[in-house]
Structure formats: C-alpha cells, structure tokens
Design a protein around this ligand. Structure first.
Ligand code: UD1
Ligand code: MG
Length: 451
C-alpha cells in the first residue's frame, strides 16, 4: 500500500518566544521538522507534504534543503488540525493509498511504532497512536471499548469522567486517503475551541461503521515541543538515544554525557571518543579512529586509524586519509590530508592538500586569504614543513621538499629542494654580556631614584 506523509507544522509556537517558526528550532543541528520527516521516512512514503503557515517561506526553504522532493503547502489561517490536513488535499488529488499524519513539533516517534501502526491498519480503517500519560494534562482522551477506539475527546470538551482517562492522543493518525478527506468534510467546528478537530474523524468513522483502533507507544516518543525547556529536554533525549546507539554499534565513548552528536553523525566500530567532543553536522569517522578530548568537528571525514586532538578543530571540507594525525590546537578547513600525514601542533591548514606521510611543523600557517580571495596551498608527499612556516598561497611545495623553520614561502618549492626564506643569522661576540650589564646598571639607577 502506497503511503503519503502529511506533517502539520503551521502553528506559531508562541511559547518558544522566538522570531523563528517553532518547527525550525534545532535538535542535534537539524530542525525538529526534519526529525519528524526522518521519523516518517521509515514508511517509505511516496509523497511528503508539509503543512506550513507561520514562517511559511523559512519552513519551505528549510524543508527543500533537506528533501527537494517534499511539497510544502500553505495553511493561511490555523483553524484546527482537520483544517490543516485539508490544506494537503490538493497536493494529494492524484494520490491513492494511505495517509499518515504527524506533527512537526513531535519529532521522536520511533520507526518500530509506525510499523506497528501500519500493521494495525490491515484490519482497521483508522489507526490512532496513543500513550499512557503520566500526567494527562490537556491531551485529547482516547475512549476505548476493548480494542475499538470509539472517540477522541479533546480536554476542553471532556466531562470529568472522560478527563479521568489516562490513555491519550499523540496526534499521529493513519487513514486511507479518500476516507480521510470524506470524513474531514463532515467535521464541524462546534466545540469549545471553535476549531476543526482532526480527532473528530474517529467518531465519524464509528458512525459510518468503520473499525478504528489505537496503537500504544511510550510517552517519550510523543514528547511535544512547546518551549525552550522542552527543546532542551528533546535535545537530551536525542543525545542519550544517539550515544546509546553508537555504543551498541561498537564505538567507545569514554564519558558519553559529554559528547554532543548531530542528527547525521556517523562513527565506525572500534573508534574511541574521549570526553568533551562536539560533532557538528556532516561528520563521518571511520573505524578504529581516535578522537581526543575537547575537539570540535563539523563537515569532515576521518578515515580508519586517524587520530585527532586533543583540542583540534576540523571544519567543513577537512578530509583525512588513513592514519592521518591532527594534534592539539590545529585547525583544518577545506583541506585533504593523504595517508599518514601529520599536523601535530598549533597550525592552520586551510584550502590545501597535503601529500602522504608529509609532516607539518608546529606553528605552520597556510596564508590562504589575501583579504579578498582564497587561494590554495599544495604540498606533495613526504615533504617536511619546518616550524613556523608561512605558506603564502597560491603556492606549491613539491614531493620530498623541505622548508626551513621560520620561512615565509611565497614561491613554489621544487621537489626535493630546501627552501630557506628568512633573514640570515648574525652573531656579535660578547655583545649579550655587555647588553646585560648596561640594562642591569640602568635598573639599579632607577631603583635608587624610586627610594
Ligand atoms: C492535538 C490533538 C490532541 C492531542 C495533542 C497531542 C487535535 C484537535 N487535538 O492537540 O488530541 O492530544 O495534539 O499533542 O488534533 N496545527 C496546524 N494547523 C492548525 C492547528 C494545528 O498546522 O490549524 C499543527 C500545530 O502546528 C501542531 C499540531 O498541528 O504541530 C498540533 O496542534 P496543537 O494546536 O498543538 O494541538 P493540541 O491542542 O496540542
Ligand atoms: Mg500541542
């Protein structure tokens, strides 16, 4: 059965107290809406439709950056969840199959849960995702009769007896498309909030003699984000889950709570991550690597056996081949390091390529920016860059070449050549002793005067 994913994301999110639409606030460096899309992706939807309203243009741009195939439709006024799903009607005109409705601010529904809903749909026209709430608050209440879901009653419209129910509506619903829109046509807004409730289709389905059931999931999966506090809690939930998954896949996290991961972080087996490491978006670390404490990585790739840190910064476009080593206080940006290359101390390598087994000395800088444009530095294999070398790009250092420490390299260095580009040293015999004497007598005179 073909399935369409409809994610409701038009609400303002007043409690976020933000200029940004709520669903674009990030968890693990991806908008919460993208997490919802990822969660729905397990059902391999033939279409993904996002219903946006507040901050429409920003939401559309963000969705399209993540999934160019997704459709973003406008719900101009927010008149309730049934009205929101109705905004997707035109985009589903020529679609046949099931529709799953998710909320953009409820991003953690697990794949296995959605699969259980899909299984329950075989024997039911409508499947709703419910959960046992520790504190049912203002959630809609699920009125069950055995396995049959008879109605969903919104808190504002519920009797005291109904409010005592603790089995609540998550908002996730799975329905065949034609039935869904035909039932939405029957929804009225005569309730406490003057809204078109999607939840009313449950009662309508029962009146039409259709079978409706609820599948239960853990309350943590239905965590809705309405405030910055909820956002921080959601971040914690994501991080803890992602760290556990990594450890289960054979990655060592020496102090898991201090490692921050992104929604797309990939780390291979037998890699060791020391405490206080930050993984921004777009990081891939292969097997058997070692990331030392206090390193900050984003948009980079570390191959098998690589060693990074402590206190290293790998920025977008940093590509480390096997067994490359990056030491403390080193920044790498848009640069490739071939196998076994070493950059161990206090160095900036930007817009560059470094050949295999080359050694970059402490304090080396690729001077890649002339104030207007960026330029490239190319270093061959088995080269040795002396400490405190300034490589003024564009410049090339050949295979097996050397630069003397303290050099300012402005011209290409041929293979196997030694480049010396610094003032020549002059020794003045006895002059240091004389200078010390002069300075000491000056100090003694000043101390006398001060008394
Ligand atoms: C909804 C459910 C309630 C459930 C709860 C779970 C209804 C009527 N009620 O209530 O049973 O327990 O979620 O969190 O469905 N939205 C739009 N357009 C609209 C209205 C809402 O896009 O016109 C979006 C919101 O941005 C949000 C989602 O739909 O992502 C849910 O809306 P919200 O107003 O939070 O519904 P609740 O009152 O929490
Ligand atoms: Mg809500």
């Amino acid at each position: 059965m073909s399935i369409a994913l409809v994610i409701l994301a038009a609400g303002k999110g007043t409690r976020m107290n933000s200029d940004q639409p709520k669903v674009l606030h990030q968890i693990a460096n991806a908008p919460m809406l993208v997490h919802a899309m990822q969660s729905g992706a397990v059902l391999e939807p033939a279409r993904t439709i996002i219903v946006a309203g507040h901050g429409f243009d920003a939401v559309k741009a963000s969705v399209e950056a993540y999934d160019p195939e997704a459709t973003v439709v406008l719900q101009e006024e927010q008149k309730g969840t049934a009205h929101a799903v109705d905004a997707a009607r035109a985009a589903l005109e020529d679609f046949e199959g099931d529709v799953i409705v998710l909320f953009g601010d409820t991003p953690f529904v697990q794949p296995e849960t959605l699969e259980r809903m899909a299984a329950a749909r075989q024997d039911n026209a409508v499947v709703v995702l419910g959960f046992e709430a520790a504190d049912p608050g203002k959630y809609g209440r699920l009125v069950m009769q055995g396995d049959s879901l008879e109605a969903i009653i919104e808190f504002a419209d519920a009797t005291d007896e109904q409010r005592a129910i603790t089995f609540c509506n998550s908002g996730v619903m799975l329905v065949e498309k034609s039935a869904l829109f035909s039932m939405i046509d029957a929804v009225e807004a005569n309730n406490a909030q003057d809204e078109y409730y999607l939840t009313d289709i449950v009662g309508i389905a029962r009146e039409r003699g259709l079978s409706v059931t609820a599948v239960a999931c853990d309350e943590a999966e239905t965590l809705g984000i309405n405030s910055r506090l909820h956002l921080a809690q959601a971040e914690a939930v994501f991080q803890s889950r992602a760290r556990t998954e990594l450890m289960e896949m054979g990655v060592t996290l020496q102090q898991p709570d201090t490692v921050m991961l992104s929604y797309d972080t990939v780390i291979g087996r037998d890699t060791v991550i020391e405490p206080n490491v930050y993984f921004g978006p777009g990081v891939t670390i292969e097997s058997g690597a070692h990331i030392r404490a206090f390193s900050h990585l984003e948009g980079c790739h570390v191959s098998r056996g690589g060693i990074v840190g402590p206190y290293a910064r790998l920025r977008p476009g940093a590509e480390l081949a096997e067994d490359a080593r990056i030491g403390n206080f080193v920044e790498i940006k848009n640069a490739t390091l071939d196998a076994g290359a070493k950059v161990n101390h206090l160095t900036y390598i930007g817009d560059a390529s470094v050949g295999a087994a080359s050694n970059i000395g402490a304090g080396t800088i690729t001077c890649n920016y002339d104030g207007v444009m960026k330029h490239k530095t190319t270093i061959g294999a088995n080269a040795f860059i002396g400490s405190n070398t300034m490589l003024v790009a564009p410049v090339t250092v050949g295979d097996g070449a050397m630069t003397a420490s303290g050099s300012v390299i402005t011209k290409d260095v041929p293979s196997e050549a030694l480049a010396l580009a610094r003032a020549e040293q002059v020794n003045k015999p006895g002059l240091a002793r004389k200078l010390f004497e002069l300075l000491k007598s000056k100090k003694a005179k000043r101390d006398m005067e001060a008394k």
